[in-house]
Ligand binder design. Structure first.
Ligand code: R5P
Length: 292
């Protein structure tokens, strides 16, 4: 088996290859002056089982195209099998036609990837599990809770309470609270599909004097967690930490979170950033080994 690092996941690929004890191949990558992506495999991959690791965080479209080019080329050059790891799957939130005339982007992206020549796909905390069926090849969404729990267990956090900032994240909050042996709760969120504006309905969460972990699958603009943090601090929380798998942190998301009183932002390296303090490489190495 050979590991191929995509340009958006070079560190994760290096770490995973090391854990697996497998060779990390080198590719030459650059961008043409007009913005198009160029890469070249530097090794012979004929007859090999290759694992392509390429995330599709911002800039999503460029990273997605790079992923498709990598997989197509690997097959074209004679790779016997391509396992794809797409740590963060772009467009996953548009998993249905919310308003008439819209695309079901998550489905189309999954179908496109599934037809590119991959034989198996791994991702992390996919926004909605039913999209896995659209790949048309075996596809798995791995939970990041074990590594998040391990990271948190190493911190002295005092009296804790776990909160989901919307119903979609309840599964994560419940799972983490079970691992930590704490209470959990959730907030009801409404997002105006046209303006994007977020409102929440108040709940009586017993967070007084507690350190609150707000957990979600992703932070994009930070709007969801900022709303939740303000409400939790108004309700007497001592401190609010934001934890999520995919840190997109677009625009002034960090500022928005800080202004809302979020003390720490912690994410995994499915998308590299200065806040990606938790590595998913051990989970990936294990899943790849189990899938062989
Ligand atoms: C939505 O269902 C997701 O789970 C996240 O809550 C959301 O995408 C976060 O986006 P933002 O940070 O822009 O509020």
């Amino acid at each position: 088996m050979k590991i191929i690092p995509g340009p958006a996941s070079t560190e994760l690929a290096r770490e995973t290859a090391k854990l697996l004890g497998e060779e990390l191949l080198q590719t030459e990558t650059k961008r043409f002056p007009d913005g198009e992506t160029y890469f070249r495999f530097l090794d012979d991959i004929r007859g090999e089982h290759v694992v392509v690791i390429q995330s599709t965080g911002p800039p999503q479209d460029n990273n997605l195209l790079a992923l498709l080019l990598l997989v197509h080329t690997a097959r074209d050059l004679g790779a016997e099998r391509v396992t794809l790891v797409v740590p963060y799957l772009a467009y996953a939130r548009q998993d249905q036609r919310f308003r008439s005339g819209e695309p079901v982007s998550a489905k189309y992206v999954a179908e496109m990837i599934g037809r590119s020549g991959v034989s198996r796909v791994y991702t992390f905390e996919i926004h909605k599990e039913h999209i896995l069926d659209c790949f048309g090849v075996p596809a798995f969404s791995l939970s990041t809770l074990p590594v998040i729990h391990k990271f948190l267990s190493g911190l002295d956090m005092g009296d804790l309470f776990v909160v989901a900032p919307d119903r979609g994240a309840e599964r994560l909050a419940q799972g983490l609270s079970q691992l930590l042996g704490t209470e959990y709760g959730w907030i009801e969120k409404f997002r105006d599909r046209e303006s994007g504006e977020i409102t929440i309905s108040k709940h009586n969460l017993d967070v007084e004097n507690k350190n609150v972990i707000v957990i979600d699958d992703m932070i994009s603009t930070g709007g969801t967690i900022a709303k939740a943090a303000r409400y939790l601090l108004e309700s007497g929380a001592k401190k609010v930490l934001a934890i999520c798998t995919h840190l997109l942190l677009v625009g002034d998301a960090e500022k928005r979170l800080r202004e809302a009183g979020v003390e720490e932002i912690i994410g995994t390296n499915t998308i590299p950033s200065k806040f990606a303090k938790i590595s998913v490489a051990p989970l990936l190495a294990e899943a790849i080994k189990d899938g062989l």
